[in-house]
Structure formats: C-alpha cells, structure tokens
Design a protein around this ligand. Structure first.
Ligand code: ZN
Length: 377
C-alpha cells in the first residue's frame, strides 16, 4: 500500500478526517479512538497519517476553509519516514512471522507478532495462524505505554483488527480508560457490534462511512481507465462504498467465485441434487489455495443472498450484482425469506469456524447440506 502524500489525497469522508486533524492540531485528539469503517475504507491508512501528524518533527499546520487549524505531516522528516514504512502492513507481518519461525521452539511461543518501524509507534496485528490479538501482544503494549516517548512527541499504538481480540480485551480496559497523557491508542474495526461494550464505552469513534456508488464509479474512471462503464459500476457496487476495495477489486476473480456460488445456490434450488455441489466443493479442499477460494466463495454467496433479500424487499436498486439481476430475481421468487436468512446465518457459522481453523472442507460440506435442508418456500 502506498500512503497518500497529503490528507487532501485521502479519498472520502473529508468531514470526519478534518475533525480528527483539527483535534490533533489542538492537542485534543481522543487518546482512545476507534476508527470504524468497512474493509477498504482506509482505516489503516488514516491511522498512519494521523500518527505521522502527531509525530512529525516539524508539526506543520494548515488552515481549514472555516479558519480552524488542521494538523499536517511533512512526510520528509525521520519520524514521518519511519512511520510510513509501516504502510506495507502485510509484508511487515510476514517478516515478523518469518523471524519468529527462525527462533528456537522455547522462544517461539513467547514471541508475539508486532510491527514497529519507529520506536514510539507500535502496530499490533492479529497474530497468525489463529489471527487473534493475543494476550502477550496486549501485555507488550501495556508495558511499553509505561515509558515516555523517546524520539517523537507521543507514543502511538494501533490495533489493526480490534474485533479479533477475545480474552486479551479485558487486559486492555484499564489502559483504554486512563491512558497516560503521552499515549494514543487507535483501534480499527469494521463495525461496532464486533467490539465488546466495555471497549466501545471507553473510546471515541471516528466513522468512515461508505461512499456513494456514483462517486466511486467516477473515481474509477480516472484511476482504472482499463475498465469499461459497466465494469466500473459493478465494481463500485461490489466494493460497498469502500474506495480501497474498489481500487484493488479483481472483477475476473470475483466472477469465478460467483459462478461457483451460483452453482451452490442452484444445487439448493433443486433440493436433493448434491452432484453439482460436491463436484464444486471437491476443488476447494486442497491447501492454501483452497482457503483463498473458499473465502472468495463465501464473499460471493453473501452478496448474492443479500441481493435476493433486497429484491424480495422491493429494493432492487440497491443490489450489487446488477449484471445477474434476472437470475437473482428468479431465485428470490423461489426461496423463502426464512431460507435466505437461514443461509446467511449458516454462512456466518462457517466463516467463524474457518477463523477457528476448522477443517475447511468439512464446514463447507456442512453448509451445503444445510442450505438444502432449511425451510424452502
Ligand atoms: Zn514529518
């Protein structure tokens, strides 16, 4: 990921971003802050840009249209440059995991995956392979928060997926409640419902809302000129108002997953006929590639089912898979509301099962059987 050079280049939610920058300039940025928004809305990007603004050696300011002072970062000083290196989050996490693999067995289990490219800024990602925020990671954070910053004005901690925090969350509460006056905690989450009420109640929330389809489609016209008009509109709808997702969206890959998802649904439509379904799930069994495909299939299934619910509710203008409208309308007429709701629930169960590292093919087969079982109209 490349960080925008200025806040002006951050796409969407200008009002929210200005509010945060104005608070930062006045030294009033909430010390425990949740940045909320769908995948691809720019939560991590914004968190890093805010961190640079807090930590920049030059502490530059610029005036807003209404005269307020807004925090900026220079992007050139040693603090800005080192923090910007954390933008490549996936690569940094891989490095940390690889370093841990090199260790002796006894040291491995006490070593938590953390990303740190500046001594006063600590990024806490979900720890693979379980992808949870671990108690050890939170303890490290708490320990570091006891010390004053050494090279920048503040200590900043960013938890990149706060929803993946289970028992570790309780240990964090005291720090969230009363962070030292040189500490900033930034928690990223897709929706508030995934966070414990005890976490939510201790934080301010900055919400990055979805952008309108038209806005994303017109941004795509500039930035992904290889797409034609209908591809842009479809991508804008499928990325659910998240500009980052729209920029990365691989329409061909999605179309392949969606074809399989439609096969699953057609199998369910012809209740009792497992053949097509099992043929398809066979291809999903092997290794890491199987997992990627399974995640893509689940995503496609979700969006098809949600579109069917929208069609049933007479809100077809909000559907995402506009290019498959006729087929989805037929299915929406066949399946009952309860059936679709049941399928959405089963999928949630499969997805959380996958997170717990259950046998993927097993839970996928279970889903297939269940899809055929729940109340058809
Ligand atoms: Zn700077």
């Amino acid at each position: 990921m490349k960080l925008p050079k200025t806040f002006a280049e951050f796409v969407g939610n200008a009002h929210v971003v200005e509010g945060l920058r104005s608070a930062a300039a006045a030294g009033r940025l909430p010390r425990s802050l949740i940045v909320l928004g769908p995948r691809g809305a720019g939560k991590y990007t914004l968190a890093l840009m805010l961190t640079m603004a807090l930590e920049c050696e030059r502490q530059p300011r610029e005036p807003a249209a209404d005269g307020r002072e807004l925090a900026v970062f220079c992007g050139e000083c040693r603090n800005c440059k080192r923090i910007a290196e954390s933008a490549e989050l996936d690569a940094k996490v891989e490095e940390a995991v690889a370093a841990r693999e090199e260790m002796r067995e006894t040291d491995k289990k006490d070593t938590r995956v953390l990303v740190q490219t500046h001594p006063d800024v600590l990024i806490v990602p979900p720890d693979p392979p379980q992808l949870l925020i671990k108690l050890g990671q939170i303890r490290t954070m708490i320990g570091r928060a006891q010390y004053l910053p050494t090279e920048a004005p503040a200590k900043v901690f960013i938890i990149t997926s706060a929803a993946f925090m289970k028992e570790a969350a309780n240990s964090l509460l005291k720090l969230l409640e009363e962070p030292p006056n040189y500490v900033h905690l930034i928690l990223l989450a897709e929706n508030l419902g995934e966070l414990l009420p005890t976490i939510r109640s201790r934080c301010a929330v900055a919400h990055l809302g979805a952008l309108p389809v038209e806005e994303i489609a017109s941004l795509l016209a500039e930035r992904r000129p290889e797409m034609n008009k209908s591809e842009r509109e479809l991508t804008a709808r499928l990325s659910e108002g998240a500009f980052g997702r729209a920029m990365r969206f691989d329409l061909a890959e999605y179309a392949a997953a969606r074809n399989d998802a439609l096969t699953v649904l057609q199998g369910a439509e012809r209740a009792g006929d497992h053949t097509a379904l099992f043929k398809m799930t066979e291809t999903y069994r092997a290794g890491a590639e199987g997992q990627v495909k399974t995640v893509a299939l689940m995503g496609a299934l979700s969006s098809l089912l949600e579109d069917m619910l929208l069609l049933q509710a007479g809100a077809g203008e909000r559907m995402r898979n506009v290019d498959r409208r006729a087929e989805l309308q037929r299915m929406a007429d066949t399946f009952s509301f309860d059936w679709i709701e049941g399928a959405v629930r089963s999928m949630d169960a499969v997805q959380s099962g996958m997170r717990r590292n259950l046998l993927r093919s097993l839970s996928l087969d279970a889903l297939a059987v269940e899809l055929e079982g729940v109340g058809r109209s």
